[in-house]
Design a binder for this molecule. Structure first.
Ligand SMILES: [Zn+2]
Length: 492
């Protein structure tokens, strides 16, 4: 089946524009916001025309990408986490129990107050996140040290009444794909080790997507409401602003105290548990699209591309013979577990090339009578590399090409990300750098200096880089000697 058959009528405006001409390009990526919105529509990722602000529709093609991306998350968590699902609605009395947590979310909660025409005795919150839905159940599930550690996750939608400017996949009122993990441990140290595990899994996840990232410990005023500390992963977007694409929180015993989650230790003593939670949302797909895409459309890593290889027949001379070779090739590649499509639509090859490039297909095969005579096909990679490869053994050769392509798109992304991070020794320098990227600023760690940095640089303090060491320098505010640094950036 060719892709045009799955095109929704709702997208006909966008697609007819695409199919009508091979000249139509996206706006330059330097106009990032315009480029991003246009690409989501033209490549059929997200339809932003749903009549509720901040709530978007996944096109089937976008959803196919989502499925592959979240497949990686499941693969990384499933060995030692159990997937589950909790209700969307949380009773007011449970929701309001944890004071710090409420303070962080109360302005963002949607409430259900009626069932039909009957006012509800207990109002129900649409989960903005699920701690208050899950932890009352943990109280029932956990009895003894033998029940620990407990590690669960769910992939669900959550709702937040965002008052800021909403953006598809980035700032939403319905977060459609929130993967939230919740773990329970006997000791604070075990929970701290779990936060590290979470960050390692997320790092592996972004490596597979070929996306470079920063890891930092959020400052105390920007941690998750109710957490002891928060470690976050940020991606540098094309305009130099950062997007927070993953967080892991050490919750200590704050929620355990509120929800009375205890376990019987080996010596018979009742003890409070220690907890963590960590999340990733569809922002990971916003990062995927934004980091790799170009003016010709999406550039998808091999592992997540719904179509990995497209075969475009060049129908000259003996057309039936060309089609026969293409069909054989399609079968052979499908048998080798590649996600392959043969495009037999009536369009000219140029229009097909354009459309599949827009969809980010990693490898395009062009098969014409001359190629067949020589026993080869033309392999065009999405990074622009073009080679002729023998039809014999092509399955294997394509896997090698896919590996090279992965390295090539990662390298390009890495060079860009590296060019965007610069050291600043003063507030003035930090201010200049954060106009285009991320500043690495000496910061003594004092809250007061941190607030002054944010005010004067007019950017956010992302926090201390993790897993890095620095030489001594003077805090950009108070001048005290420090080996500490903080990232600063304008954040989405
Ligand atoms: Zn200072």
């Amino acid at each position: 089946m060719t892709d045009s058959k799955t095109t929704l009528k709702a997208a006909s405006k966008a697609s007819s524009k695409v199919q009508g001409s091979t000249q139509n390009k996206l706006p330059p990526k330097e106009n990032f916001s315009e480029w991003y919105h246009e690409l989501l529509m033209t490549a059929e990722i997200i339809d932003n025309r749903y009549p509720v602000k901040g709530m978007c529709v996944w096109f089937p093609f976008g959803f196919a990408i989502r499925k592959n991306v979240y497949g990686i998350i499941r693969e990384l968590l499933d060995p030692d986490h159990q997937e589950t699902q909790f209700p969307l609605m949380i009773p007011e009395n449970e929701f309001m129990k944890e004071a710090q947590h409420i303070k962080g979310f109360e302005d963002e909660v949607y409430w259900v107050t009626c069932g039909g025409t009957t006012p509800l005795d207990v109002k129900l919150a649409l989960r903005p996140t699920s701690e208050t839905a899950i932890y009352p159940m943990f109280k029932l599930w956990i009895r003894s040290h033998a029940d620990l550690p407990l590690r669960i996750y769910q992939i669900v939608n959550t709702f937040r009444y965002e008052t800021k400017h909403t953006r598809p996949l980035i700032r939403l009122r319905e977060i459609t794909s929130f993967k939230e993990a919740h773990t329970v441990h006997a000791t604070w140290e075990e929970a701290a080790a779990q936060v590290e595990v979470a960050i390692q899994r997320y790092s592996e996840f972004y490596r597979r997507l070929a996306i470079p990232f920063l890891v930092s410990r959020r400052p105390s005023w920007d941690k998750f409401p109710g957490a002891d500390y928060t470690t976050a992963i940020d991606v540098i977007m094309p305009d130099g602003r950062t997007l927070q694409v993953g967080t892991a929180h050490h919750l200590g015993s704050t929620f355990a105290r509120t929800y009375e989650i205890t376990y019987e230790a080996e010596n018979g003593e009742q003890k409070l548990v220690n907890q963590t939670c960590y999340g990733i949302s569809e922002r990971c797909i916003a990062a995927l699209i934004s980091v790799h895409g170009d003016e010709r459309g999406l550039v998808l890593p091999w592992v997540v591309a719904p179509t990995q290889v497209v075969i475009v027949p060049i129908l000259l001379g003996d057309k039936e013979k060309v089609l026969d070779v293409c069909r054989d090739l399609q079968q052979k590649l499908a048998a080798a577990q590649l996600r392959v499509q043969l495009d037999t639509s009536d369009e000219r090859p140029g229009a097909k090339f354009y459309r599949w490039e827009m969809k980010g297909v990693p490898i395009r095969l062009e098969v014409g009578p001359r190629d067949i005579e020589k026993g080869v096909v033309t392999v065009a990679r999405r990074d622009g590399v073009k080679v002729a490869l023998p039809i014999d053994g092509l399955e294997k050769a394509l896997i090698e090409e896919a590996e090279e392509l992965q390295a090539s798109i990662y390298n390009k992304a890495r060079l860009f990300a590296e060019s965007k991070v610069k050291e600043a020794s003063s507030i003035a320098e930090a201010k200049e750098i954060t106009k285009f990227g991320v500043a690495l600023v000496p910061w003594c760690g004092e809250v007061d200096c941190g607030h002054q940095l944010e005010d004067q640089v007019e950017a956010n303090l992302l926090g201390e880089p993790q897993y890095q060491c620095f030489t001594e320098a003077a805090c950009a505010v108070c001048g005290a000697k420090t080996a500490k640094r903080t990232y600063m950036a304008r954040q989405y």
